[in-house]
Structures are given as C-alpha cells and as structure tokens.
Design a protein around this ligand. Structure first.
Ligand SMILES: *[C@@H]1O[C@H](CO)[C@@H](O)[C@H](O)[C@H]1NC(C)=O
Ligand SMILES: *[C@@H]1O[C@H](CO)[C@@H](O)[C@H](O)[C@H]1NC(C)=O
Ligand SMILES: *[C@@H]1O[C@H](CO)[C@@H](O)[C@H](O)[C@H]1NC(C)=O
Ligand SMILES: *[C@@H]1O[C@H](CO)[C@@H](O)[C@H](O)[C@H]1NC(C)=O
Ligand SMILES: *[C@@H]1O[C@H](CO)[C@@H](O)[C@H](O)[C@H]1NC(C)=O
Ligand SMILES: *[C@@H]1O[C@H](CO)[C@@H](O)[C@H](O)[C@H]1NC(C)=O
Ligand SMILES: *[C@@H]1O[C@H](CO)[C@@H](O)[C@H](O)[C@H]1NC(C)=O
Ligand SMILES: *[C@@H]1O[C@H](CO)[C@@H](O)[C@H](O)[C@H]1NC(C)=O
Length: 440
C-alpha cells in the first residue's frame, strides 16, 4: 500500500482498534510484551544459525526442569490499582454515557467492572501447567523422575499439581504421597527456589526506585492522552497504571481476547509497561541489586545445577521436576551471566536491544530446561544445553567448534566457565559480605 493511502485510512483504522497500526506496520502482539505477566509463549528460536533441535544421533540422559507457576490473579498490591480505576469509572458513569468515545474505548459504555481474585492461579494458569506436563512426558518419555519439588506457596504447589496430572495422568493421585515434596519459602531455609529469603541485606537492597522513576517518566504522557478522550473522568497516573495491569490480568484470568484495556494503548505504551516490569525484576532479582548481590543469589541455583550435571556425589537423578517463580529463573540467569546488559538498564529511556527481557525469560508458566546429552558423532563428550521457553539459549564462554551450532558445551567446560558461581558458597565470606552474616 502506498504511504499516503495508508495515512488517509488511519483515522478509520484507529477507530476500529487503538493505534497499533500508526506505530509500526507489522502486527504487534500484546501477549508477547507483558513482561513477567505475559501468558506462556515459546521464545523465538535463537539467532545466528544456532539450531533449536538436537541432531538425531544425540540422546538426552538427564533433564533438569525449573518451572514457573502458571498465570495468576494480580497480587493484592496490584489489584488495588485496578479496583481504584474501576471505582473511578463507576463514579463517571453519566459522563461516559454522554462522551463520544473512539472504538477502542467503547467498552466503557457497558461499564468496566473487575471481579478479579488475587494471588491464586487462574484457569489459564492451570491449563498452561497441564499442557506442559503432558508435553514434557512426550518429549522425554524414557527418563524417570522420582520426585516433584515445589516452593511452599499455594500457586506454586497448585502448578506442580496440574503439571503432574498432565505428566503422570491419574497415577499421580497415588504417586503424590511418595513423590511430592515442598521446600519452605522463608528466611531460614536455604533454597535455590527463593535464595533471597536467607540474604538478610536483600530486604533492604530490594527497591523499586528504578520502577518508580520509570513510572514517573512514561505514565504522565499516557494519562494526558487518555484524559483528552475521557475529560470527565480525570484519570490519574495510578489509574492508568491500573488500566495497564487490567490489560495484563484480565488476560491472565480470562484470555487476552477478553481483555478490553489492551487495545486502549499503543504498542509503544505497552512496551513502556513491559520495560517497567523488566526494571522491577532487574531491581529486585537482577543486575540492579547493589554490587554483586544478583550473581551471588543466583549462585545458589547454579551450584545446585552443576552438582547435578557432574554427579560428583553419585546421587544425581535423571529427571528433576521443580516449581518456583519468575524470580527463581531470573536469578539463575543472572548467576549464569547470560542476560547482562552493559551498561545496565536506564530509567530515563527504554533500552530496546536489551538482553534482560522478562517477556522472553519468565512469562507465566516459564520453563527452564537443562538437557545433558551425548552424541554418537556430531559432538564430542557429555554435553549440556539450556532450553528456555522452548528456545535454546546458547551457553557463553565454554563452547568450541560445532558446539556453537547447538548452543551447548561439554559439561566439564561448562563447569569451568561458571567459576564465579562455583567460587561462592552459601554462608562463605562472599555471601556474608553481600548478604550480611548468614546466621539466624
Ligand atoms: C466516588 O464518588 C464518591 C462520592 O462522591 C467519593 O466519595 C469517592 O471517593 C469517589 N471514588 C473515586 C474512586 O473517585
Ligand atoms: C486460593 O485458593 C484456595 C483454594 O481454593 C482458597 O482457599 C483461597 O481462599 C484462595 N485465595 C484467594 C485469595 O482467592
Ligand atoms: C499432594 O497431596 C497433598 C495432600 O492431599 C495436597 O495437599 C497437594 O496439593 C498434592 N500435591 C500435588 C502436587 O498434587
Ligand atoms: C524471619 O521471618 C520471621 C517470620 O516472618 C520474622 O519474625 C523474623 O524477624 C525474620 N528474620 C529476619 C532476620 O528477617
Ligand atoms: C530509594 O529512594 C529512597 C528515597 O528517594 C532512598 O532513600 C533510598 O536510598 C533509595 N534506595 C535505593 C536502593 O537506591
Ligand atoms: C483532576 O484530578 C486532579 C488530582 O489528581 C486535580 O488536581 C484536578 O483538579 C482534577 N481536574 C478536574 C478537571 O477535575
Ligand atoms: C550418578 O552416579 C550414579 C553412581 O555412578 C549412577 O548410578 C547414576 O545413574 C548417576 N546419575 C546420573 C543422572 O547420571
Ligand atoms: C558467615 O556468617 C556466619 C554467621 O555469622 C558465620 O558462622 C560464618 O563463619 C561466616 N562465614 C565466614 C566465611 O566468615
């Protein structure tokens, strides 16, 4: 289509569906830009010619899964923004009925109500986990798990339950008694699922200053734009924040096609919200923690992983099925040094080519899968690779020759490349210097 023809059509298009088309010509998929609140989706295949599929002569002999819980209702602290928005709109009912609204805001005439719960898994979350359980069984039919481990939190346990039902089917009801284990998520249990719990300084370091600074930057222009369309409502920046949460969480609860608020925003506005979620995770469970706290916390998972891959104790299992959080996976990636941006994420402008992307790393139902495998011919020695949300994340600093095509490394070389994490143990001098004394 000729550019001028496109421009004349724009007013009509924007009446029909927000303004996505005004910003970029290719389709913008909101569901892939909601950060850690995105519904599960497979990450894009790796670039640079890295193969996502293992060659036919390779056989996986160990698989280590860390699964995030599925889609959930908003946290109570987030729900309040949505409820305040809904209350504001109820107060403005008369004005909204009289207002001339663009197509993407017509839904407001019906009244926007919110009956979202909080914290628990949603039906969409249950489906994500059941599907992943069945798919995991199909992908690794010959490897036999002996246990299922979940962080002791309702939505994590329920996620393990649906996954296990997909994986084991009705046998799970009986297997649960011997196979199911939980690990507390508190401040006295050393856990690779919630390593920050035992890091006393984390609770003071964990700040959302960057998120607040970014919110002050990106929310006012959206608020101004929407208030021009809804002058009688007088939305606040908190209300707009609530509308962005409503987009994500109505999606998490009912499906994004049933989530009216998403189309109220332009792609760029959604990407600003996505960036806020990245900043939040980066600040609390990533590189924006003070000093080396992120990698120090991440080392707890990395060391557990290396122990299992090397099987030095002779007690390693062939399958680990474990359930935790976005924070678990983010900290693990940080400990591994796989998603670092240099310089770090700015709070004054959205960094577009960033490595730290929660949409790709930790959507709801995220699955971090480590495969240990050997090949007859293609690759030499016992190999390991990371498959995150169905896409290989090439391991860095340990691959040679053909391994680079598969993003894998020989296990011993991988261990060597992780000398930083390997050099940290919970309660050692580094841990204490970062976290404060490790006593309770
Ligand atoms: C709605 O209107 C009532 C009555 O005027 C007022 O007390 C309340 O604070 C308003 N709520 C919101 C969210 O604006
Ligand atoms: C979460 O689900 C459990 C089990 O159904 C229920 O007891 C609890 O009240 C729910 N919590 C919320 C916040 O809805
Ligand atoms: C296992 O059974 C216990 C007791 O009935 C239940 O509370 C728990 O949610 C079950 N766990 C899973 C993962 O199914
Ligand atoms: C650990 O948690 C308990 C219970 O929530 C709390 O009373 C205690 O102060 C916490 N300890 C530290 C060191 O944070
Ligand atoms: C966050 O901002 C507050 C107030 O501006 C400040 O006191 C605090 O030190 C900041 N925290 C961090 C971790 O930067
Ligand atoms: C809109 O709300 C702000 C406070 O958020 C207030 O200062 C302002 O007067 C209000 N404007 C109108 C037109 O009601
Ligand atoms: C770990 O080593 C023991 C003892 O050699 C062996 O029986 C077991 O199969 C190994 N496990 C894995 C996953 O390699
Ligand atoms: C770290 O702190 C704990 C608790 O005070 C202490 O027992 C331990 O020896 C410390 N580690 C080092 C290496 O100093």
């Amino acid at each position: 289509m000729h550019v001028s023809a496109l421009l004349t059509l724009l007013p009509f298009i924007s009446l029909a569906y927000a303004s996505p088309l005004t910003e970029r010509s290719e389709a913008f998929d909101v569901s892939k830009h909601l950060g850690n609140l995105s519904p599960y989706f497979s990450a894009p295949a790796p670039s640079g010619g890295v193969q996502n599929d293992l060659p036919g002569d390779c056989k996986v002999d160990q698989v280590i899964l860390m699964h995030r819980h599925g889609a959930r209702f908003p946290l109570s602290s987030e729900l309040v923004f949505i409820q305040n928005l809904a209350a504001k709109l109820v107060n403005s009912t008369d004005a909204i009925q009289k207002a001339k609204l663009p197509g993407n805001l017509q839904f407001l005439k019906e009244g926007y109500k919110s009956t979202l719960g909080h914290d628990n898994l949603t039906a969409i979350g249950r489906a994500e986990l059941f599907d992943h359980g069945a798919q995991f069984k199909l992908k690794y039919p010959d490897l036999v798990p002996t246990s299922v481990l979940a962080g002791l939190q309702d939505r994590v346990i329920e996620s393990a339950q649906w996954f296990a039902n997909g994986y084991f089917g009705r046998d799970w009801a009986a297997l649960n008694a011997t196979m199911f284990q939980t690990i507390p998520e508190d401040n006295v249990t050393i856990s690779w699922i919630t390593p920050m719990g035992t890091c006393r300084n984390w609770q003071y370091a964990y700040g959302n200053n960057a998120t607040i600074a970014w919110g002050a930057h990106y929310l006012p222009p959206i608020t101004k734009r929407l208030n021009k369309l809804l002058p009688a409502v007088n939305l606040t920046t908190d209300n707009v924040h609530g509308a962005l949460y409503a987009c994500a969480y109505d999606g998490a609860a009912y499906g994004l096609d049933k989530s009216p608020w998403c189309s109220a925003f332009t792609p760029s506005e959604i990407e600003d919200f996505e960036y806020e979620l990245d900043l939040l995770m980066d600040g609390a469970f990533g590189y924006n923690l003070p000093g080396d706290m992120g990698p120090v916390l991440g080392s707890v998972y990395v060391n557990t992983l290396l122990d299992r891959l090397t099987n030095e104790t002779g007690t390693a299992e062939e399958v680990y099925l474990e359930f935790g959080h976005d924070t678990t996976i983010d900290l693990a990636l940080v400990g591994l040094g796989l998603v670092e941006d240099i310089p770090g994420l700015s709070t004054s402008s959205r960094k577009s080519g960033r490595k730290f992307r929660t949409s790709l790393q930790v959507p709801f139902g995220a699955q971090m899968v480590w495969e240990r495998f050997s090949c007859e011919k293609t690759l030499v020695g016992r190999q390991v690779r990371l498959v995150l949300n169905d896409a290989v994340v090439p391991l860095v600093g340990c691959a040679s020759g053909k391994e680079k095509m598969y993003g894998s490394c020989e296990v011993g070389e991988f261990v060597k490349s992780q000398s930083k994490a390997r050099g940290i143990k919970w309660g050692d001098a580094t841990w204490n210097a970062t976290c404060g004394d490790a006593g309770f």
